[in-house]
Ligand binder design. Structure first.
Ligand SMILES: Nc1nc2c(ncn2[C@@H]2O[C@H](COP(=O)(O)OP(=O)(O)OP(=O)(O)O)[C@@H](O)[C@H]2O)c(=O)[nH]1
Length: 332
């Protein structure tokens, strides 16, 4: 199930249950003749029902649906206003389901902010109107509920992020893994076609990697790949991304970088790696093949092949060098 679908389902169930619950409260109050509470509950139920409708209408862009904040801010404000104008202490319990709804539907930061904005004045009101022990019982209950819900949502977000990281990160180096490269390259090409910006790529290979593995063993070479990844992260700028292709090769995507730029950064990477002292292996050199996307590059494959060819040309010059392969001029 996609995240958008999951959110649509949980939001619908959350709003749906809240509507049924608040509507039942409204009927109960109507039955006993508590008309102000009946009108309040009916108004709140109308708002949660509106939330349900909004979820269904905006189901395709549920992750970015900003209207939920307005609906929940309306619900929170309506309950707060009702607590201010009525003296019925019983409705303070109504904040409990609202706290859960805030956290279930909004991103954690907004849900927590809105809940605290509701809880703080509620606490002040309760301490003014009720005996301290009663006010303390209600407010501590609400805070415990909020804390448990926040921890639960935070835990879910954290698990979802870890699962996503596992799918796209190479655990040995901390760089993105090769499986994710085609998807990322395809996205960058689509972005370049839409925005019209230039971007470049680099295929980097460690020189004499198989001889070094035979000489030093697999574990030190693994450590070297991790150190090289860290080095690359230190040299490139934010927004550039690194992919670990196999035991001795990396790929870099450099958004908003034209030919002159990729030549500068590739040369900087080559020089800084060659000038550094590396544990176990001592000196390390790399061959870098780079290229810049042109309008005829609509597939990830064409860029990967050109960068790979450029890397082999750099290697043929004896390694420790950079080669730039331009795109072939398109046929008239
Ligand atoms: N994508 C990318 N391009 C770089 C990087 N470093 C340099 N470049 C490119 O090389 C050009 C010249 O870089 P520098 O010689 O560092 O000069 P600069 O004007 O200080 O570069 P910036 O302030 O990094 O833009 C930049 O405009 C970029 O196009 C990098 O880390 N990543």
């Amino acid at each position: 199930m996609t995240e958008t679908r999951l959110r649509t389902w949980t939001h619908s169930v959350g709003y749906g249950l809240a509507t049924v619950f608040i509507f039942a409260l409204a009927l109960q109050n109507l039955r006993y003749g508590f008309y102000p509470l009946f009108y309040l509950a009916a108004g709140l139920a109308a708002l949660t029902a509106a939330g349900l409708m909004y979820t269904i209408v905006s189901r395709k862009y549920q992750l970015a649906a900003a209207g939920h904040l307005l609906i929940l801010a309306g619900l929170n404000s309506a309950l707060l206003a009702a607590m201010l104008v009525t003296s019925t202490a019983g409705i303070s319990h109504w904040i409990m389901p609202l706290l859960l709804l805030n956290l279930l539907i909004l991103p954690l930061r907004y849900g927590l902010m809105l809940s605290l904005l509701l809880l703080a004045p509620t606490a002040a009101l309760l301490f003014l109107r009720l005996p301290t022990a009663d006010a303390l019982t209600i407010i501590s209950g609400a805070f415990i509920l909020l804390a448990v819900a926040v921890l639960y949502v935070w835990h879910y977000d954290h698990m979802a992020q870890s699962a996503e990281d596992l799918a796209i990160i190479d655990p040995a180096t901390g760089a993105h893994n090769g499986r994710f490269l085609d998807e990322a390259l395809h996205k960058e090409i689509s972005r370049a076609i839409t925005i019209g910006h230039r971007f470049s790529v680099i295929h980097l290979a460690i020189d004499h990697a198989s001889e070094a593995t035979d000489l030093h063993g697999t574990a030190p070479m693994q450590a070297l790949r991790r150190d090289l990844t860290r080095h690359l992260f230190g040299v490139i700028r934010a927004g550039d991304t690194v992919y670990s292709l196999n035991n001795a090769e990396f790929f870099l995507i450099l958004p908003f970088t034209a030919e002159e730029g990729v030549r500068v950064i590739a040369e900087r990477i080559r020089r800084t790696i060659s000038e550094s002292r590396w544990p176990v292996t001592g000196k390390v050199t790399v061959s870098l093949g780079c290229t810049t996307r042109v309008n005829s590059d609509t597939l990830a494959d064409s860029l990967r092949t050109r960068a790979d060819t450029a890397m082999h040309k750099a290697r043929k010059r004896g390694g420790d060098s950079v080669w730039f392969s331009p795109a072939k001029p398109s046929q008239p």
